[in-house]
Design a protein around this ligand. Structure first.
Ligand code: BGC
Length: 721
């Protein structure tokens, strides 16, 4: 998208603006559209709007309210510059979709784009023009509560999902009344906070930053994202809110970003706490010099901009540049032409919470479920079961499936719990459902246990509804333990004594440590927090109406001590060898994760043939084709995500053992086979060399194709350079 095309008009506008009006454009107010004055008291918003002190308001929705505010800005301020209404629409709004990490398990980029497009339709219908999404922070640390907003551990796959979401939110044209501007966040490397503790410091080599952490943000920028939000953390000592290396050099100079950069909530003011700014005034100076345009909540420049200018600490060009970038997006959204384009009561009534959105929500929710284990084929459930006990704190719970960041919706009562989904599914069958809570997820109280055991005794089979409540996941909710929380494990151990068939469903926002469960329970479904249609989606999978196809975008550790554990590690100078002391390993754990990246089972089994290569050598201008035949060997129709990884054997800097390069999502009927072809060119072999240039080096490469990152078939070829 060309955001510079409005610059002539904007320059005219800038000429007519007073300093106060310019500084007003740089101000994004607090949640719910509130604003505090320098004295700490809430200011009169209407007066602030009339005097042009506000560029945008956030997390306030609804056509009636927003029309009222927009009218004041447009009709009663001197220049009538429209307001930008922003909100955190992360995984849907009125219609709630699975949390981003869950959606990433679908490997269905079209579906991911579709849910973002629906979120944009709903958001825009309620007057929201900018969503603070998608988050493109690589996360390899499940202790970090915001792992739920991420797309997991892989740079390439994170980029594909981020790109799909940007396209879904923005459509091809931001002035389309069904679109919202996207915001790539949190720039940069927020997911790498030390110890997984939110807001903590990040320190990493430029190599790692550029190779692993930046590609996801860049994919969003290349897809046309209009805005970028900085991260709370410092990166190698410099807070992202004033990090000129990130905001000026990489984002603008290298990537050509033309939209605006916004601070995170009070992140500009927090530079005082970081210890790099003496006070908010100093923070404002650092931020604008560092390349930040809009200050979220801290009002650093609104309050201190004039003084900073008078003291010669900043210059007017810096202010004008930031104003220009913000006005570009207001133009691109069509707001400058028609500030009320998105404030239409009829559209609000018409385009929100439509039945077809709920169908999409159910479809993506079931595609987000990952079958981790299915020994004895306990799933799909046999309809001859007479009594099914659903036991655990997440059975009759329709709060948790909403997922964090779903605030603001007015249809929460319609979130379908597991129990409700199952009840709807068994109507007309002979199955009888019984339910008991059994324990709490936030404490170890055993008062409800006997009732659960009683219920379990009466059942032919037990479904364990386990997981992690909303209060334990999201921003500022880091954990040092990944155990299934509260009294849940104790409850399961008591139920195990009954010797009944048991299957577990895990509704969590992060990869929990499922090692103990994996040792004791034959069938496990990772169900995440799936949104409005959670219960229906889980029932679809349990009963085999949908054959699970989700694959993990993040490795599940065996223990906290293994973190970070990810598939694309390097082999080290002393690669692991069984029974050898002097090699890279732990005394008390395998190196491998419990469930690897890309992993997920199906009710059917897929057979991979050997790889056939079109040539055993590759030269610079050639395409090498690697093909396999995939066969559905089982009795169910199923979807397989066929993954293609490459490993460089020898190069000038130590290579990862393998890296994901491509995938295809293939649907096969029982007995059906299909040839799958991956194209490999010189470009697929490039890496970031020690001089920070992308290039390929001649030599041997291993190609791995398989249904997850660990179980693959291999072939090798030689790149001749
Ligand atoms: C979060 C952002 C969010 C912002 C506005 C912050 O606390 O880090 O992701 O967009 O609040 O709500």
């Amino acid at each position: 998208m060309n955001f510079k095309k409005y610059d002539n008009e904007i320059d005219e506008m800038i000429k007519s603006m007073t300093l106060g009006e310019k500084l007003g454009q740089l101000n994004m107010t607090a949640q719910g559209g509130h604003m505090m004055g320098p004295d700490g008291k809430e200011v009169d918003m209407e007066a602030a709007l009339k005097s042009g002190k506000v560029g945008g308001l956030q997390n306030i929705r609804g056509v009636k309210k927003l029309t009222h505010l927009q009218k004041i800005a447009v009709e009663q301020s001197r220049l009538g510059i429209p307001l930008l209404f922003a909100a955190d629409i992360i995984h849907g709004t009125e219609t709630i979709f699975p949390i981003p990490l869950a959606e990433a398990c679908s490997w269905n980029l079209e579906a991911v784009k579709e849910t973002a497009a629906i979120a944009a339709k709903e958001g825009a219908a309620m007057g929201v023009r900018l969503t603070y999404a998608p988050m493109a922070d690589i996360s390899r640390d499940p202790r970090w509560g915001r792992v739920m907003e991420s797309n997991g551990e892989d740079p390439w796959y994170n980029g594909r999902i981020t790109e799909a979401r940007v396209k879904g939110f923005q459509s091809d044209d931001l002035s389309n009344p069904h679109s919202m501007a996207a915001c790539i966040k949190h720039f940069a490397a927020y997911g790498a906070v030390e110890g997984g503790r939110d807001y903590n410091t990040v320190d990493m080599s430029e190599q790692r930053l550029r190779e692993i952490y930046l590609p996801g943000y860049k994919a969003g920028i290349d897809a046309g994202a209009a805005t970028v939000m900085v991260a709370f953390n410092d990166l190698n000592g410099i807070p992202c809110s004033c990090n000129s290396f990130l905001l000026n050099q990489i984002l603008r100079d290298e990537w050509g970003f033309e939209g605006f950069v916004i601070g995170d909530h009070t992140s500009v003011g927090e530079m005082v706490n970081h210890g790099v700014a003496e006070n908010i005034k100093h923070a404002g100076e650092l931020a604008i010099k560092g390349g930040l345009d809009m200050d979220m909540v801290s009002q650093s420049l609104l309050i201190h901009g004039e003084e900073l200018l008078n003291q010669g600490k900043i210059n007017i060009k810096m202010i004008d540049r930031a104003v220009r970038r913000i006005l570009r997006i207001k133009h691109a959204l069509g707001l400058m032409k028609d500030p009320f384009l998105y404030l239409d009561k009829q559209r609000e009534a018409q385009w929100v919470f439509r039945p077809e959105y709920r169908d999409t929500a159910r479809k993506i929710a079931r595609e987000s479920i990952v079958l981790l284990k299915n020994q004895n084929q306990l799933h799909p459930l046999n309809e001859s079961i007479k009594t099914l006990a659903v036991i655990g704190p997440f059975a009759d719970d329709n709060l948790t499936p909403r997922g964090e960041w779903a605030f603001g919706g007015s249809h929460y009562d319609q979130v379908v719990s597991l129990l409700e989904g199952l009840e709807n599914r068994i109507k007309g069958t002979e199955i009888r459902l019984i339910n008991a809570r059994g324990c709490n997820p936030m404490d170890e109280d055993t008062g409800q246990l006997s009732e659960a055991i009683e219920a379990a005794r009466k059942a032919d089979m037990i479904l364990l509804a386990l997981g992690e409540p909303l209060e334990m996941i999201g921003e500022a909710r880091s954990r040092i333990s990944l155990e299934i929380p509260g009294g849940q494990q104790h409850m399961v151990s008591e139920l195990l004594k009954l010797g009944k068939p048991m299957a577990a469903l895990i509704q969590s926002g992060r990869p929990l440590n499922l090692t103990w469960l994996d040792n004791h329970i034959p069938t496990i479904l990772q169900c995440w927090h799936l949104g409005h249609q959670a219960g229906h989606a889980m029932a679809d999978v349990i009963f085999g109406d949908y054959n699970p196809s989700g694959k993990l975008p993040i490795s599940f550790p065996r223990s906290v001590g293994q973190i970070p554990v990810y598939y694309s590690d390097k082999s080290s100078g002393r690669p692991y060898k069984p029974n050898l002391r002097w090699c890279t390993h732990y005394l008390d754990s395998p190196n491998s994760p419990l469930y690897p990246f890309g992993y997920g089972l199906s009710y059917t089994t897929f057979q991979y043939s050997e790889i056939t290569l079109s040539s055993t050598t590759l030269s610079r201008d050639m395409t090498l084709q690697a093909s396999i035949t995939l066969r559905n060997k089982g009795i169910y129709r199923g979807t397989e995500v066929v993954q293609c990884y490459l490993g460089d054997v020898i190069r000038s800097s130590a290579p990862p053992v393998k890296e994901l390069k491509d995938f295809q999502r293939i649907i096969l009927d029982p007995g059906e086979s299909k040839e799958i072809i991956f194209n490999i060119t010189e470009k697929s072999l490039r890496f970031l060399a020690i001089d920070l240039q992308y290039r390929s080096e001649p030599g041997r490469f291993i190609i791995h194709i398989g249904g997850n990152s660990q179980q693959t078939v291999l072939q090798s070829f030689v790149f001749k350079g």
